[in-house]
Design a protein around this ligand. Structure first.
Ligand code: PEP
Length: 253
């Protein structure tokens, strides 16, 4: 049985002060919503303030990126060891990192493996561009991207995959729940091929791309979709908490 995950990617938004306020508001609004792992991923400089604000709550903290090396001459980067006191999760291979900062599958694989080895749960993002979807090769592309981004990976119990079609991120045009389900199932098949059926059954597969409280429900009803990676809507505590609520289902009396 997989526990659903709702993770918020705050991207390059908030300051330490506003991030702490947002985190507190999410924690207040989602307290008592059980059976969902709730994660917020603030910018690095905001993580200590968010960690402090969330002390004693069940909302976890993630980073948006990490370097694969433990220490060294990597100006501007942060390591897994720097994060483990502050965070439980880290996003790796987000499409903005891939398209704007030149991240490759090989580099993403190193980050995922380093994160897991250091005790962080990687939220590994994959997804096709609109051009690739139009060629009808989306599934082949995503499977290859997944396989290459998992080269050398072995910590299957800590892995989370986020299927985020590039054309759906920040566009207001979410994929249909059927497209997301077909890809989530293909992702699970690929993990089964790499690591066996038992591993594939344990890895949560999230959908990401313009998720909001209005469209979240039908994604969560699909058998292979185990939650969402939420960008824009995660900056609004009410909207993010509503997505958590939809995923948790009705509160028992
Ligand atoms: C994201 O950045 O991972 C994302 C899914 O963004 P949005 O929800 O805004 O499409």
């Amino acid at each position: 049985m997989r526990t659903p995950v709702i993770a918020g990617n705050w991207k390059m938004n908030t300051t330490p002060h506003t991030a702490a306020d947002l985190a507190r508001s999410v924690a207040e609004r989602t307290s008592g919503l059980l059976g969902v792992t709730k994660v917020v991923c603030p910018p690095n400089v905001c993580i200590p303030a968010v960690k402090a604000a969330l002390h004693g709550t069940d909302v976890e903290v993630g980073a948006q990126n990490v370097h694969s090396e433990p220490t060294g001459a990597f100006t501007g980067e942060i390591s897994v060891g720097m994060l483990t006191e502050l965070a439980t999760h880290v996003i790796v291979g987000h499409s903005e990192r891939r398209s704007l900062f030149g991240e490759t599958n090989t580099g993403v694989a190193r980050k995922a493996a380093a994160a897991a080895a250091g005790g962080l749960k990687p939220i590994l993002c994959i997804g096709e561009s609109l051009d690739i979807r139009r060629t009808g090769e989306a599934e082949t592309f995503c499977k290859a991207q997944l396989r290459e981004s998992l080269e050398g990976y072995s910590a299957w119990d800590s892995l989370i995959i986020a299927y985020e079609p590039v054309w759906a991120i920040g566009s207001g045009e979410a994929a249909s729940p059927m497209i997301a389900q077909v890809m989530a199932s293909a992702i699970r098949d690929e993990i089964s091929d790499i690591a066996g059926q038992a591993a594939a059954e344990r890895v949560p597969v999230l959908y990401g791309g313009s998720v909001n409280p209005q469209n979240a429900g039908p994604f969560m009803d699909r058998p292979d979709i185990d939650g969402a990676l939420v960008g824009g809507a995660s900056l609004d505590a009410e909207a993010f908490s509503a997505i958590v609520q939809i995923t948790a289902g009705p509160i028992s009396p």
